[in-house]
Structures are given as structure tokens and as C-alpha cells.
Design a protein around this ligand. Structure first.
Ligand code: IMP
Ligand code: MG
Length: 189
């Protein structure tokens, strides 16, 4: 029988300035967000619209904490390029495929920053006449909002720092880090 060895705590990644949330802290919060969703949706079915790639880890973990019947659709929005600040207007790169009419829709994203991305997606979904529309983000950079958009469910409120890990990238890297940390500014060049 193979013995299960306990994983050693990972040394801080050299490209991180600091760790904001450890893997364990994220897991705990994701579990409690699932309970908040339960309190809202009861046992009813809802349709998750996940913004890939960023929300991929959060969506996968959140879904596994939910025992409701859920449907999953993904939407891809371009917004950042290789910068650490939003540039221009987000665009839909790949759109939805599931029917949304009269469905309870929950938009899931990794992080709410200026709000432009979620405002765009919410507008798009709303046009498809869902039964209800809510949004859930793991991170919320409060004080960065440029448009009037707030999420219904928020994991953690964070300061205005560029963060990576747990799905969040800088130039498509670091999505695989199990924790969420602040990118070392020297790496953001
Ligand atoms: P918004 O349109 O400015 O709200 O930007 C939202 C999108 O920008 C998110 O879906 C993320 O993909 C990306 N983003 C915003 N802040 C960060 C960050 O600190 N690290 C990585 N990606 C971010
Ligand atoms: Mg994103």
C-alpha cells in the first residue's frame, strides 16, 4: 500500500512579493461561499457562467462544494494583454453555448477590478432573459471600480495590488500556483 506523505508547505515562489491567501485559506473561503449560494438558491438548479481562463480554478473548486444541480457554460473575454492594468474595452472572444432563457444564472469570475468585464458579461446574459442573474467573484479590488458594478458574492476584498495564482495570471503564467500572492513588481516589467 502506498503511504500518503503530507505535502511540505511550499516555499514562497520567487516571483511573489507576498502571499495573500494560502491554499488552505482559499479552500475554507470557497466552502463558505458555497454555503452562501445554498442560502440563496436552496436546492434549485442554476447555470454557472464561468469567465475563462481566470476563473477556472475557482469555478472547479466551487462547483465541487455545491450539491445543487448545476449547468456550466464558459465565456472568454479579452481584457488585459500582458499588462498589469486593464487596457481598453473588454471583448467577447468566445461566447456562450447553453440556453439561458428562464434559467437562474450565476456569473463566476476570479477578480473584480474596474468592473468592465463583468458589466459586459452581465449585460450580455441579461439580454438572453434569464430567470435571475447574480455574480460571484473570489477577489474584489475595492476602490478600483470604473463602472457601476458590484458582485453579489465576494470571497475576499483585496487592496490594489496585482495578484497571481489560483487561476490568475501575469502574461499567462502563474495560474497553477495553489496560493494567491502579490506579483513581485520587478517581474511585471
Ligand atoms: P476588470 O474588467 O477591470 O474588472 O478586470 C477583470 C479581469 O481582469 C479579471 O477577469 C482578471 O482576469 C483580470 N485582472 C484584474 N486584476 C487582476 C490581477 O490583479 N491579477 C490578474 N488578473 C487580473
Ligand atoms: Mg479574467
Amino acid at each position: 500500500m502506498p503511504t500518503r506523505t503530507k505535502r511540505k508547505p511550499a516555499a514562497i515562489h520567487p516571483d511573489l512579493e507576498s502571499v495573500l491567501y494560502t491554499e488552505a485559506q482559499i479552500k475554507k473561503r470557497v466552502r463558505s461561499i458555497a454555503q452562501e449560494l445554498k442560502a440563496t438558491y436552496g436546492d434549485g438548479e442554476f447555470t454557472i457562467v464561468s469567465l475563462i481562463n481566470g476563473a477556472i480554478m475557482f469555478t472547479a473548486d466551487l462547483m465541487r462544494e455545491i450539491d445543487n444541480p448545476v449547468r456550466l457554460d464558459c465565456i472568454r473575454i479579452s481584457s488585459y494583454g500582458e499588462k498589469t492594468k486593464s487596457v481598453g474595452t473588454p471583448q467577447v472572444v468566445a461566447s456562450l453555448t447553453l440556453d439561458i432563457l428562464n434559467r437562474h444564472v450565476l456569473i463566476v469570475d476570479d477578480i473584480l477590478d474596474t468592473g468592465k468585464t463583468l458589466q459586459l458579461v452581465a449585460g450580455l446574459v441579461r439580454k438572453l432573459n434569464p430567470a435571475s442573474l447574480r455574480s460571484c467573484v473570489l477577489l474584489d479590488k475595492v476602490g478600483r471600480r470604473e463602472v457601476d458594478f458590484e458582485a453579489d458574492f465576494v470571497g475576499f476584498k483585496i487592496p490594489d495590488k496585482f495578484v497571481i495564482g489560483y487561476g490568475l495570471d501575469f502574461a499567462e503564467r502563474y495560474r497553477n500556483l495553489p496560493c494567491i500572492g502579490v506579483l513581485n513588481p520587478a517581474r511585471a516589467k
